[in-house]
Design a protein. Structure first.
Ligand code: ZN
Ligand code: ZN
Length: 622
């Protein structure tokens, strides 16, 4: 319809022509490229047209070639005072990322309004010219214009993306100054900015003051709390959101599922699962994959598998997540069984899948299988091993006591060596008490990361085991001179009333007295059953009494004691630790599982430990 009529239209007299054209133009939209091209070709041949026509033409520009003649038309025919038209021109330049042309036009404009500034500021932000964006914003404020709900969030988002807290706070002041601090759009952007800049308290203060909170802002808060290591607060907030009557969408649920995963909070995971099941009849690939990860990290590999089996669509991340889960739960064989299944389902494994597979082999000490996977990856899937794959191999060989082979692999590899690689070798040296090689590994580590306290701690552990107090003292001096401190260990335990966090020697818990009493009587009972505290895991060169004291107050032990007094008999105790579980606490847990008849599930920085009847799923190998 459009094609023929347009040709005819252009032969009519200019006034009628424009009128008719505009009405056709507004009644239909141009879908076809050919039609659009013809339409724009006609513009070049015509004289002046009505503003509405130009606006329509600008909106339907398919490329920059069509657009330039319109610009010329507008200039020639003196439409430069039509604010809407000129802003539209500006917008098209920005849309095509032609910021120089846009800026030139902006400069020539006889008049500018909030929308013109907004388009320019947004354009610079989108094109990645952040400094220009700031400059423009400053000029804008100086011009005396009132910033609006489009410009401000735009600049705030730039501050967020650049993690530029200084500028972010400045913009916040401007928001106050113009009395816009209760605007929901702007507040949401500020909350997001503060959260991404890591100042969660500022984000929270603003958030609490917001009268209307939309789902996106709630989701931002959940994500921010999880990212800064306070996932339990995001779960508390999530409850509040549900109370307020808002219904979570998929993005929000994925964020909450991730919070549960981070925390290892099984009770909460099941609640969230219920909500999801009520809302969605089938699981989409992103939410489903997040749920697999959640259940696996909450210690229930069976629930993770159930979700996996329920999902109709699975992508390579889904498969890799399931494989990784089997890996850190110590089910190496089950992880390996998924590889052929994956091919059967026409999903090609990628390098991350292979990292997960190799990790699974290493956690289950499947040396031959690991070697097979390593060569399969290269020969069948043409994936060149990167440092992560090598690290898994070094870990696997190292754990199996093949230290020389592991060391040779490191020496011969062609990719750059990193901290993870040397750490894997060092951990193996520690298990097999190979002080000489450990020293090499630790020195390489310190070369790469001279400021990381954990490397010093590792090396000093090795010296401690060997009783090399002199070397240890030297190392400690080095550490102090760099004023490095050991990363503090934390353990979280899930009780019925929420998740509780403990650090070593913690006395801050409201039931602290009862916890220590329980711990004391428990240790007495365990000693009778044969538990001997292993002071080897205490670093300090101090006398036995002090050593014992600090050993007893490890965060894991406090968390277990609290778990025992705060949950009904027979309940599984679930812990999460930010570092590796120490050897003595590991032994302690095994005794507790017998004496108190409790199953203990621990997720540490490396893997899962399912402790039952005095035996741990890791086979004392972690
Ligand atoms: Zn411990
Ligand atoms: Zn274990």
């Amino acid at each position: 319809m459009f094609k023929l009529k347009t040709h005819k239209l252009f032969s009519l007299n200019p006034v009628i022509r424009t009128k008719k054209f505009s009405s056709i133009a507004s009644a239909s939209s141009i879908q076809d490229n050919d039609q659009s091209n013809q339409f724009h070709n006609q513009i070049q041949e015509t004289q002046s047209l009505a503003p509405r026509f130009y606006l329509f033409a600008l909106t339907n520009c398919k490329n920059i070639k069509q657009f330039k003649p319109i610009h010329t038309h507008l200039t020639v025919n003196g439409f430069f005072n039509d604010m809407v038209l000129v802003n539209k021109l500006l917008y098209v330049y920005v849309r095509y990322n032609l910021m120089e042309d846009a800026y030139k036009l902006f400069d020539e404009m006889p008049e500018r309004n909030a929308a013109s500034w907004s388009v320019m500021i947004g354009g610079f932000a989108k094109a990645g010219y952040y400094i220009k964006c700031y400059e423009m914003f400053r000029e804008y404020i100086r011009s005396g214009e009132q910033p609006d709900v489009y410009t401000l969030p735009c600049v705030i988002r730039v501050c967020r993306d650049r993690v530029d807290l200084v500028m972010g706070r400045l913009v916040h002041q401007i928001v106050y100054k113009f009395g816009l601090s209760t605007n929901a759009f702007i507040c949401a952007a500020l909350v997001d900015m503060y959260a991404k800049c890591g100042v969660i308290d500022d984000a929270r203060k603003l958030f609490d003051n917001m009268v209307i909170k939309d789902l996106t802002t709630w989701t931002v808060m959940f994500g921010a709390y999880t990212a800064c290591g306070n996932a339990s607060e995001s779960l508390v907030l999530f409850d509040k959101m549900l109370e307020s009557g808002l219904v979570p969408d998929k993005i929000c649920l994925v964020t909450i599922v991730n919070a549960c995963a981070k925390l290892g909070a099984m009770n909460k995971a099941e609640v969230v699962d219920d909500i999801i099941q009520k809302q969605y009849s089938s699981l989409d690939v992103i939410l489903g994959t997040a749920m697999i990860d959640m259940y696996a990290k909450c210690g229930s590999i069976d629930s993770a598998r159930k979700i996996f089996d329920r999902m109709r669509e699975k992508n390579v991340i889904t498969w890799s997540t399931m494989i990784a889960a089997y890996g850190y739960h110590g089910h190496g064989q089950k992880a390996l069984e998924l590889l052929p299944l994956m091919s059967k389902n026409r999903v090609t494994p990628n390098r991350i899948t292979f990292v997960s597979l190799l990790n699974a082999c290493s956690h289950s000490c499947l040396v031959e299988e690991g070697r097979r996977v390593f060569s399969l990856m290269q020969e069948k899937y043409f994936i060149k091993p990167d440092v992560k794959h090598y690290t898994c191999m070094v870990d696997l060989l190292g754990r199996a006591g093949k230290l020389n082979e592991a060391f040779n692999m490191i020496e011969n590899m062609k990719v750059e060596k990193d901290v993870g690689l040397w750490s894997a070798l060092l951990a193996a040296c520690r298990i097999y008490k190979n002080v000489e090689m450990a020293q090499k590994a630790a020195e390489s580590l310190l070369e790469i990361e001279p400021d990381d306290p954990s490397h010093y701690v590792m090396l000093s552990n090795i010296y401690a085991k060997e009783g090399k107090w002199e070397n240890m003292a030297k190392l400690r001096t080095q550490m102090t001179s760099k004023s490095l401190k050991k990363t503090p260990g934390f353990t979280w335990v899930e009780a019925q009333n929420g998740v509780h966090k403990f650090c070593s020697g913690d006395h801050t818990h409201s039931e602290s007295k009862a916890i220590y009493e329980k711990l004391e009587s428990l240790i007495e009972k365990l000693r009778v059953s044969g538990y001997v505290p292993d002071t080897e895991f205490v670093l300090h060169d101090v006398n036995e009494d002090v050593k014992l004291g600090s050993l007893y107050a490890h965060s894991e032990k406090l968390a277990i004691a609290y778990g025992l007094i705060s949950t009904p008999e027979g309940t599984v105790i679930r812990l999460t630790k930010n570092l590796r579980v120490c050897g003595d606490c590991h032994t302690f847990m095994k005794y507790v599982s017998v004496v108190e008849k409790r199953e203990i599930v621990v997720r540490d920085a490396k893997r899962f430990h399912h402790v039952r009847d005095g035996v741990c799923s890791c086979g004392d190998y972690w």
